[in-house]
Design a protein around this ligand. Sequence first.
Ligand SMILES: Cc1cc2nc3c(=O)[nH]c(=O)nc-3n(C[C@H](O)[C@H](O)[C@H](O)COP(=O)(O)OP(=O)(O)OC[C@H]3O[C@@H](n4cnc5c(N)ncnc54)[C@H](O)[C@@H]3O)c2cc1C
Length: 360
Amino acid sequence: MRVAIIGAGIAGLACALELEKLGITPDIYEQRYKAGDLAPFSAAMLDINLAPVDNQLKHLEKHYKLKLQPLNKIKKVVIHSPNNKILISGRLGVFVKMGQDSDSVQQQWISKLQTRVKFKQHVDYFKIRNKYDRIVLADGSLNIPIQLNIYEPTFKGWVRGAYLTGNFEPHKAEFWLDREFAREGFGCLTPFNNKSASLVLQVSGITRQELHDYWNTFINKIGFKTVSTGYFETEFQTGRLKKHVVDNTVIVGQAGGFVEAIWSQGIYSSAVSGIEAARCIVQKEDYEKRIKHLVKTNERIYNLRQRLNGLDNNGLDLLLKMFKIPGVKQLAAAGSCSGIKLISRLITGISGKEDRENVF
Ligand SMILES: Cc1cc2nc3c(=O)[nH]c(=O)nc-3n(C[C@H](O)[C@H](O)[C@H](O)COP(=O)(O)OP(=O)(O)OC[C@H]3O[C@@H](n4cnc5c(N)ncnc54)[C@H](O)[C@@H]3O)c2cc1C
């Protein structure tokens, strides 16, 4: 069987590794000269978002035989609202490196591949789709789903990030929720180690020009004094797909809407969507059935993000205040109750509006 994978990102590489295990050598096309985002950043894979999966790394290894070496464990998460902050401690997840460095997720996985990636080859999906038995579309973009008319938009906006050097706690992630600079988004600081970190601001519904003003407000408000050695900016667009299989094509990763809408970098769901695509292609199983749990989890997270977006700065302050109620923080950190369920109930308490989707 001739299989082509378009894109050697998280989803494409996870799919390729699984296809090899199942005896298929795919053609892997990647437009860059090397796999991975151009700017390195530290991604927080937070486990509190993803119930019933309570340890993404272990789950990937045990159920999908996909190993990933993290940078560090996340033991503390600090969440700031305009006038409040909370600290959650526990086994909260891991930081992983994204990008082109040898310890990045992309380079770790590419080093395990037998097949050679065809780098510097930007392929046109519509031109190659009839040349293969199956195509795995893993290009990290919604362009093709939009053209195929199978896409519904959820968020669109801009991300700006900086690579910082200074002194950092390597096990601590910090998040900022503030309508003044993050609107329907968030700011986050995620360390690589004790000497460097990435600082990212993600804002929905704005233009690139507006991003700079939001960024300056962010930096001024959080009073960052460390040295920045580089910036990156990227547009992001997320959406849900009406279907993930079109003729001979399976759509995976960010292209398939497998993103996590609240401060987790979509690595787990992108990788699993790629692996399941490989298994379904070879074992001729129903892809939609196999990814139903991912779609459901992502939908819950998206719902929660929508509900968070409905809170103004006072509501965000109040939400964090509620985390100080004895036992609430511990529940969130222990994974005994999913983070989604818990936060959703707190928001219900603030807004007075019940959310049917999140009533468990
Ligand atoms: C700063 C930052 C913050 C992020 N925050 C979040 C978040 O909060 N939640 C979330 O879910 N995700 C987030 N992401 C995105 C996250 O990294 C992706 O969800 C994840 O990488 C998905 O992987 P993918 O394989 O689908 O796509 P990608 O990793 O983007 O890989 C796609 C690959 O396809 C290649 N390609 C594209 N078109 C072609 C073509 N025509 N021919 C050949 N190759 C092609 C690209 O060069 C790329 O290497 C963030 C990303 C960044 C940079």
